[in-house]
Write a protein that binds this ligand. Structure first.
Ligand SMILES: Nc1ncnc2c1ncn2[C@@H]1O[C@H](COP(=O)(O)OP(=O)(O)OP(=O)(O)O)[C@@H](O)[C@H]1O
Ligand SMILES: [Mg+2]
Length: 250
C-alpha cells in the first residue's frame, strides 16, 4: 500500500481539494482507496456526507497514535492507496501522518508568502527523510499555457525537477463547485480542464510513488491528447523569488 499525505502550514492552500482529486483519480484507475481526515474542521468528512456514495471511505482519525495502526489495518485489508488530509499547521497528527507516509504533497498558491509558509512542513519532511512534492495550486489560468519558457529557468527547474509536481493546478470554479456537490472535479466536469489537470497530477504522483527518476517525471504528466507538461515561467518565478534553500530540503 502507498500512503500520500497532503500537508502544509497555510490554510486554504488546497490540501482537501487535491486529496479528493488524487484519491478519486486513483479510484477511477482501479485502486482500492481509503481516505483519512485528521482535520477537526472536517471539510473532507463533510464532503463525504454530501457525497452520499460509500466510496471512497473517509475515516476520521484525530489522534496521532492511531494513524499508523489504521494504516497497518488498511494494508492488511487490501487497500492499495491511502490519502490523508491534514489540518493546516504542523500539529501532532500531521507529523504522525508525515512519518507514516510514502509521499508528502505540499500545496501552495504561487505567491512568495504561500511558498515561504511551506518551510515548516518541509522541516518535518526533512527530519523524517520523507519523499515530498510541492504542488502549485490556484495558479492563474492565463499562466497555465504549455510553453518552453521553462528552459530559460535553468538551475531553478533542474533543482526542482524531482519535487515540483506537474502540472500546476489552475484556479477554476469547477474545484469549488465539485467540493460543494460532494464530487471530485473529474466527476463534476469530466471533460473540463480541471479534471484533465488533476488526472495528469495523479499520473505524475503515481510515477513518483513508483520511483520514476526525476528526468523522466515530467513526461508522466500528460493532459489528454496533449504533450508532456512543462513548468511555466510565470508560476515558477514565485519559487525563485522566495529564495528558499531548496537543496537543504532534498
Ligand atoms: N485550483 C483551485 N481553483 C479554485 N478553487 C480552489 C482550487 N483549489 C482549492 N480551491 C478552493 O479554495 C478553498 C480552499 O481549498 P481547500 O479547502 O482544499 O484548502 P485546504 O488547504 O484544505 O484548507 P484548510 O487549511 O482550511 O483545510 C476551497 O473553497 C476550494 O474549493
Ligand atoms: Mg482542508
Amino acid at each position: 500500500m502507498h500512503t500520500i499525505v497532503l500537508a502544509t502550514q497555510k490554510g486554504g492552500s488546497g490540501k482537501t481539494t487535491l486529496a479528493i482529486g488524487l484519491a478519486l483519480a486513483a479510484l477511477q484507475a482501479g485502486h482500492n482507496v481509503r481516505m483519512i481526515d485528521t482535520d477537526r474542521q472536517g471539510t473532507l468528512s463533510r464532503w463525504q456526507v454530501r457525497r452520499g456514495i460509500a466510496e471512497p471511505v473517509v475515516e476520521i482519525v484525530r489522534s496521532a497514535d492511531h494513524i499508523e495502526r489504521r494504516l497497518h489495518s488498511f494494508d492488511r485489508g487490501g487497500v492499495s492507496l491511502t490519502v490523508i488530509d491534514t489540518a493546516s499547521g504542523v500539529g501532532e497528527a500531521t507529523v504522525a501522518a508525515i512519518r507514516a507516509c510514502d509521499l508528502c504533497m505540499i500545496p501552495a498558491r504561487p505567491t512568495v508568502v504561500d511558498i515561504e509558509a511551506t518551510a515548516a512542513t518541509l522541516g518535518v519532511v526533512r527530519a523524517w527523510r520523507k519523499p515530498f512534492a510541492l504542488v502549485l495550486n490556484q495558479t492563474p489560468v492565463r499562466g497555465r499555457r504549455v510553453n518552453d519558457s521553462a528552459n530559460a529557468l535553468g538551475d531553478v527547474i533542474s533543482d526542482l525537477a524531482n519535487v515540483l509536481a506537474l502540472p500546476f493546478i489552475a484556479m477554476r470554479n469547477d474545484h469549488q463547485d465539485a467540493l460543494a456537490a460532494g464530487l471530485s472535479v473529474g466527476e463534476y466536469a469530466p471533460s473540463g480542464k480541471s479534471a484533465d489537470e488533476i488526472q495528469s497530477l495523479w499520473q505524475w504522483t503515481r510515477a513518483k510513488l513508483d520511483g520514476v527518476p526525476a528526468a523522466a517525471l515530467a513526461a508522466c504528466a500528460h493532459p489528454s491528447g496533449g504533450a508532456p507538461i512543462q513548468a511555466d515561467a510565470e508560476a515558477t518565478a514565485a519559487w525563485k523569488e522566495a529564495g528558499l534553500p531548496w537543496d537543504a530540503c532534498l
